[in-house]
Write a protein that binds this ligand. Structure first.
Ligand SMILES: Nc1ncnc2c1ncn2[C@@H]1O[C@H](COP(=O)(O)OP(=O)(O)OP(=O)(O)O)[C@@H](O)[C@H]1O
Length: 259
């Protein structure tokens, strides 16, 4: 049974149909990639799911609730999490303190309580860090971490609210191939262990083809293809929209070994 069912979702900006009546499903335990050329409507779709944008038409049913019309905070409370970059102001806090903050926030505690609650939820935070392989660095400030490790901490922060669906907008942007591979392998592990769904946008085709369980492809606001990576690679419409974009889908370029 699907966790999320998107039906006939649409959003226009002025005369431009950024997203033009798309429908798709997402199951628990599934890593679903949302791809498409520049301007295809990926970000607009993403932002309608997290509530930052209001859909003009259509429906997003998530775990028995309708998301269209809800505020981002309400959607987050229903179990739709997203990864955020650690803000500069929090970079001076340690790794574990950042995760403790996220746990407090998930509990609806006020930010001002933080200073009085330094030990609060430390063990829970350490358990989350263990899951992303960062427990050994728990007491280091985030500001001194390698980029790939910061991304792991951001993942632990996103997990603090126990999301049923995690939204990741270009999770591997700016990362070296080895780090990209490690982050996606970790994401896949969390998906399996928590039976969590992930919807992610990504420009890096090697990541998408190596890790997505399924893909949906947008072009000019329309859903032009969906299926498993192998089906998408061979899909004539997908080849057509990417033709001339410099992206190719030959098998030799997208194997896990090459990322
Ligand atoms: N706030 C906005 N105001 C006006 N037009 C917008 C706005 N946001 C998006 N658009 C337009 O909607 C279309 C889809 O944009 P969107 O950002 O969703 O595409 P995308 O697939 O995420 O692109 P990219 O890969 O370049 O980030 C584009 O034509 C874009 O110019």
């Amino acid at each position: 049974m699907s966790l999320m069912t998107v039906t006939n979702l649409g959003k226009s900006f002025g005369g431009i149909k950024a997203v033009d009546g798309i429908s798709f499903e997402l199951a628990a335990g599934e890593l679903l990639a949302l791809i498409g050329p520049n301007g295809a409507g990926k970000s607009t779709t993403f932002n309608m799911v997290n509530g930052q944008l209001h859909a003009d038409v259509g429906s997003i049913r998530f775990d028995g609730a309708e998301l269209v019309g809800k505020k981002p905070r309400e959607i987050w409370r229903l179990g739709v999490g997203r990864t955020f970059q650690i803000a500069e102001t929090f970079a001076s806090l340690t790794v574990v303190e950042n995760v403790q903050m996220a746990l407090l926030s998930a509990d609806g505690k006020l930010f001002s309580m933080w200073r009085r609650a330094a030990a609060h939820k430390r063990n829970e935070a350490l358990a989350l860090l263990e899951q992303v392989g960062m427990a050994a660095q728990a007491d280091r400030p985030c500001s001194v971490l390698a980029y790939g490790d910061v991304k792991r901490v951001e993942l632990a922060i996103a997990m603090a609210n126990r999301p049923k669906l995690l939204l990741m907008d270009e999770p591997t942007a700016g990362m070296a191939p080895k780090e990209r591979n490690e982050l996606m392998a970790l994401t896949k592990k969390l998906v399996v262990e928590h039976n969590m769904a992930v919807l992610f946008t990504e420009h890096s085709m090697d990541v998408v083809f190596a890790y997505a369980d399924r893909m949906i492809v947008l072009a000019r606001g329309r859903l032009i293809a969906e299926g498993k990576p192998n089906e998408i690679r061979e899909h004539p419409k997908v080849q057509e929209v990417y033709f001339g974009s410099g992206k190719t889908f030959e098998k030799s370029k997208v194997s896990k070994e090459s990322v």
